[in-house]
Design a protein around this ligand. Sequence first.
Ligand code: RAT
Ligand code: ZN
Length: 398
Amino acid sequence: MNKSEIIETIAELINTTPIYDIHTHLFPKSFPGFALYGLDNLLNYHYLIAEYFRTFEALEPEVFFGLSKEARSEIIWNELFVMKTPLSEATIGVIDIFNTLGIDSTGSYEKTKESFKNLTNRDDYFEFIFKKAGVSKVVMTNDPLNEEELSSWNNQSNQMFDYALRLDSFVNFNGRISFQDRPYHIPQQTSEYLIKCIEYVQPRYFAISLSHEFNVATKEYEFLDEVVFPICKNKQIPISLMIGVTRQVNPAYELAGDGVLEKADVSVLTHLCARNPDVKFLVTYLSRENQYELTVLARKFPNLMPFGIWWFLNIPELINEITEMRMSLLGNGFIPQHSDARILEQLIYKWGRFRSIFTDVLTKRYLELYDKNVPITKDRIQLDINSFFQTNFQNFIS
Ligand code: RAT
Ligand code: ZN
């Protein structure tokens, strides 16, 4: 291929290759109360709520959270999109969704809501949004200790949603939980319970988020080492570690109150990978510096897979920087992104914006190879994109 064919082919293949989104907070319709979509949920996204609290007119958090969801979304619409220019990543994301769905972003809250309603009424709305976003499958975040969520779990395989067992709540949970007509006392029966969950929903992996203070002396470490890793080995199930979050820096902000205070010490991850060669670790960090250390560490351990550009790092300038850095150090040996979508339509902007940056990064690499007389074929490009979007994850967890 010549230069312009390479450029066109990369863009075309990146835009048409379906994505396996390995970490989201989405749920199918069969999880009532958990499956979130539509304008009011989009505007109540905690990324936007934090930005609303920075406006000079903002209500006190207690007053704001006391309002109905609809009232809150109207306020956010007016404050962040009408009174102000949507300059931030999260607000531009909403505009991207509107554009893709053909919704006028200059109207009043009522008008916008009406246009959305007409769309969401479609029977195939979930399939429709997945298609628009170019996503074939997503991994949920399932809390085995949430009784309300558990009542929607089922053991039928779903073409669009995979389970992942999130373990955060186990660390402090001291009560009982009912599952499959059997009460479990946590933590005495934790292993038995987790194995039962695995057999029932066939999750892709375990997951836990950890603070920057995570180290071998913490209760999280003890829980992982004593309870979780033996199951990982036995059942051949990977674990995803999301490290570096400080929960509730400002508790009044609720879900919007988490932050990143310090970078973590990656030596604990080095220790984990070395000590557990038969456990597979999918890892991401919230601190920019840690992303670099993680990437170097992945060169040392085949059981370590860096993934995604998490949360506050997920902004264009850092996506570009982190993706280039990972590619320079690992070639195609990483999983470049996950969406972390909480509301269905967010798949559109999270992936749309990533795809565009990824196209630039990959094109730059290929053109460099072209200038060095390396023959470039469409099949080769497709293979690379498949590995980033699907097969690195599938092969790593298999
Ligand atoms: O990005 C987010 O939405 C965060 O609130 C968290 O959910 C984070 O991704 C997590 O999984 O803990
Ligand atoms: Zn998440």
